[in-house]
Design a protein around this ligand. Sequence first.
Ligand SMILES: [Cu+2]
Length: 92
Amino acid sequence: MRITFYLLSIFLSFQALAAKVEVEVIGMTCGMCVESITKELTATEKADKISVSLENKKAYLEEVKGKKISDTELRAAIKKAGYDTAKIIRKQ
Ligand SMILES: [Cu+2]
């Protein structure tokens, strides 16, 4: 009984943490930009389903289940690729 409740809590918290994130990126101009941003976001090991859109000037990702990626970490990863960021939008 207690174990069931424990497992259910873990399941629910993972569900809650698998947030979708959109990050506005400033200064992308080509496919190389997209590649380097994707690479740095992948390196955080906290981002899943990463897709960077040159057209929309945004990086889309989902948090890896059970892991939380902060705005600071997102901005740092994209900065490492050489780009600034604007708005960060999170959706559950
Ligand atoms: Cu480029």
